[in-house]
Design a protein. Sequence first.
Length: 205
Amino acid sequence: MREAGSLGRQPGAVFLDKDGTLLEDVPDNVDLGRLCLTAGARAGMELLIGSGYRLIVVTNQGGIAQGRIDEPHFLRLRRYLLEVLPLTDLYYCPHDPAGWVQSYAIPCACRKPAPGLLLRACAEHGIDPGRSWMVSDILDDVEAGRRAGCRTILLNVGHETAWRRSALRRPDHLAPDLGQAARLIVREEKAEASLGFEYGLARGE
């Protein structure tokens, strides 16, 4: 198990979409009593934390721009999740150009598939995107992760409906839940570490 930031390297993070990936997808929910982790989420988070990754949620909350969510209520939910889950941070985009709340109905660089939330998190927490992953149940988030320089996993749980294809929307892996996604990430990291060790031996290092 590596220690985050060891050997002078920036740590990696696993970026998680909130609804449908970390939490069961209940549209526009800010009711703390209705929050429910997805299958495998608890075990997946524990495995990733134990392997030295930081966990950061990045979520579009266009319901704020559309008037379906009050931002103070969402901020209360954000504080609660940061208190009860092993998260480093939670970033959200309240914007939607099609919304009717004027201050939020604007184009922005943070609404996924734009990579702004991930890039901000990397800058603020000293994260290396090249050592990081984006895990989500939709391809817009896969695209955001790839545009930020991360590897990606799509949870193949039936939530993606548009299936607009492009090179940026091609995940590195598919997984049935966050627990299996975590195992894929840790397995790939161990394989890369083993290759690096063998390369060092070959060079006499």
